[in-house]
Design a protein around this ligand. Structure first.
Ligand code: GUN
Length: 298
């Protein structure tokens, strides 16, 4: 059996179309323009690419889109001062500081300083707590939120299913657990979280109806770890050396795609699966932030 492919590019495009329509409606009915400011400290090439994509997409959707580039020598006090100014600026509804920052920056303090109402990454403990208790007027972290939307728009209902999450990061594994276990439409899964200290990961995976792989190990999930008919979502992006490739490497996920696709019922590719959804959900969060800050319902 060959799995059906969950096309993240197609679903992200649908989400962007919804975001553009909501943005237009905010403008027409309320005279509002969602504002997103992305801060990058230093010159990490991969972060530069990601930040550029976020800034461009926000502009294309009709947002007030701002990229702030700060030198690699930026001090904690300088970055905090920038955040304080953005917190006070009513045109800015969402603030994101690209991770990882240079080593002199204390990321935890930065996360706490961003106004929770503008925390479109959902990194602030206030929003993480809201997500955990099922409050819907905060935000969800963009990548696990993107996974939930991929499932929903593919007609896959996690209710009553046994979901196994590989990885317990604060950005993906833990919030993925919180979203899948919620008592709400599109969730209601029974969730197991596996990590580096879990014995018998293979046994857990083989009992899973849904596997979300976010463990950061190239092609970790093999076909013999997957129950026939399971849904497999691959959050990983890993570089592996490939002398035949133009750049000398290629990108692979945490799933051995070709062999797992023979066993699974649905699967996300890498690239073109979860990746495009992260930016799509960031834009949705920014529209939500704009609405919440201006008392717009719906
Ligand atoms: N670096 C990699 N992914 C992310 C993300 O989702 N948000 C931020 N702020 N930094 C990142």
């Amino acid at each position: 059996m060959a799995a059906q492919i969950i096309d993240g590019n197609k679903i992200a495009a649908q989400v962007h179309a919804d975001t553009a329509a909501e943005t237009q409606a905010l403008r027409d009915r309320h005279g509002l323009q969602p504002g997103l400011t992305v801060i990058i400290v230093g010159h990490d090439p991969a972060s530069q690419v990601y930040v550029g994509m976020k800034e461009k997409r926000a502009r294309e959707l009709g947002f007030l889109s701002q990229k702030i580039e700060m030198p690699a020598t930026t001090t904690q006090a300088e970055l905090l001062a920038r955040i304080d100014a953005l917190n006070r600026d009513p045109r800015v509804h969402g603030i994101l500081v690209q991770s990882p920052p240079p080593p002199q920056i204390d990321e935890r303090e930065i996360t706490l300083r961003i106004d929770p109402k503008k925390d479109v990454d959902c990194f602030h403990p206030y929003n993480v707590g809201k997500m955990l208790i099922g409050d819907t007027d905060g935000f969800y972290p963009c990548t696990p939120y993107g996974v939930m939307v991929l499932l929903e728009r593919s007609g896959i209902d996690p209710a009553g299913k046994h979901a196994v999450i590989l990885g317990r990061s604060n950005i993906v594994g833990k919030p993925m657990m919180a979203l899948l276990v919620q008592k709400t439409r599109g969730a209601n899964a029974t969730v197991t979280v596996c990590h580096s200290r879990t014995p018998d990961i293979k046994d857990h995976c083989r009992r899973a109806d849904l596997i979300v792989a976010a463990i950061g190990k190239a092609e970790f999930l093999r076909a013999d770890m997957v129950k026939p008919g399971a849904v497999v979502i691959d959050v990983g992006i890993n570089r592996v050396d490939d002398p035949a490739a133009k750049r000398g490497y290629r990108l692979v996920g945490d799933v051995a795609y070709a062999e797992v696709a023979e066993v699974a019922s649905w699967i996300t590719p890498v690239p073109g699966g979860v990746g495009p959804m992260t930016i799509a959900m960031l834009m949705q969060n920014t529209v939500k932030a704009c609405k919440l800050q201006n008392g717009v319902k719906g």
